[in-house]
Design a protein around this ligand. Structure first.
Ligand code: SF4
Length: 319
């Protein structure tokens, strides 16, 4: 297994509200195989981006483990973290403009990769690697190199960042809302690009998105998150063909078109923010028309309803 997330929990304490605690990630378990694309889908506040940060070791979990090729990522010393883990696990984030210094040419983003991970590469080899990386993401190096960020589009900049991430041939790419600022056609191009990399290089992808349609388009497996917990997950086709959790059904009913960017329109956000985290039972109960007495008292355990399709809801027994 490439990556195993085991009972991962992250609690943030807000100093503003007298030490009020929020379980941003609540006992989350999942795994990713080599060459697999897995989408983490959820609204703002679902914990998906926090999971990305935990996997990138940018923040420490409150409890639980993340294993990379069987090793606890928090057992890595600085050297192993930089030269092994970060070489294998790369990330692309939402805003491509934020990753470039407007005062420098875009070429500069490749320098850090060479300084950190590819120290023994000659200048001639560097030029060749950058050229090939740019071509592999559909960019013409002559139209890109030597330009300043403002001279390029958001789509071109995001492709450069993907090229940079893939320069070191990582085993895992974390794409956190990586296409959400792009226009519709560029977005599909970039998704196809990620799929091609999986096919050609066996790169696994964790695709973090609030956009269920994009998750459907790109992923082999899909994980639906609500308030820090996984509520339904499995093979993408199975979850879409046979959605079970009331929250997943609600999300699917809101998808107008698989090729168009959409937000979670029509879904009323939970108003009583703090109250949800105090619930002993199902976190979705305040929004669920099917909630029964048991739902308010007992947290539903995951049940495998068919092969590779799990749901955490009392409607499906087993808890
Ligand atoms: Fe609704 Fe109960 Fe299922 Fe939660 S456990 S989603 S409240 S039916």
């Amino acid at each position: 297994m490439l990556l195993e997330v085991q009972n991962l929990t992250k609690i943030f304490t807000s100093g503003l509200i007298g030490g009020y605690q929020v379980r941003a990630v609540d006992n989350v378990t999942f795994s990713i195989k080599e060459g697999e694309i897995v989408s983490l889908v959820g609204e703002s506040g679902s914990g998906k981006t926090t999971i990305g940060k935990l996997i990138l070791r940018l923040i420490k979990p409150t409890s639980g483990k993340i294993l990379f090729k069987g090793e606890d990522i928090w057992s890595f010393d600085k050297d192993k973290l930089m030269n092994y883990y970060y070489k294998n696990v790369q990330a692309v984030f939402q805003d491509p403009f934020a990753s470039f210094n407007p005062l420098y040419k875009v070429d500069r983003v490749f320098d850090l990769v060479f300084r950190t991970f590819l120290k023994n590469v000659s200048d001639v080899e560097k030029d060749e690697l950058v050229r090939r990386a740019l071509e592999s993401v559909g960019l013409n190096p002559r139209e890109i190199l030597g330009k300043f960020p403002h001279q390029l589009s958001g789509g071109q900049l995001q492709r450069i960042l993907i090229a940079r991430a893939l320069l070191v041939e990582p085993s895992l790419l974390i794409a956190d809302e990586a296409v959400s600022m792009l226009d519709a056609s560029t977005r599909i191009d970039v998704l196809n690009l990620l799929g091609e990399f999986r096919d050609n290089h066996g790169t696994s992808v964790i695709f973090i998105t609030h956009d269920l349609a994009l998750g459907y388009y790109i992923s082999d497996k899909i994980i639906i998150m609500y308030r820090g917990s996984i509520v339904e997950w499995g093979d993408t086709e199975k979850v879409f063909d046979n959605p079970l959790h009331p929250y997943t059904k609600m999300l699917l009913e809101s998808v107008p078109d698989l090729n168009v960017k959409w937000e979670f329109k029509g879904i009323e956000p939970e108003r009583e923010e703090g109250k949800v985290w105090e619930l002993k039972g199902c976190k979705f109960a305040p929004r669920c028309s099917l909630a029964k007495d048991k739902c308010w008292k007992i947290r539903p355990e995951p049940v495998e309803v068919e092969k590779n399709h799990w749901v955490a809801c009392h409607l499906y027994g087993g808890s």
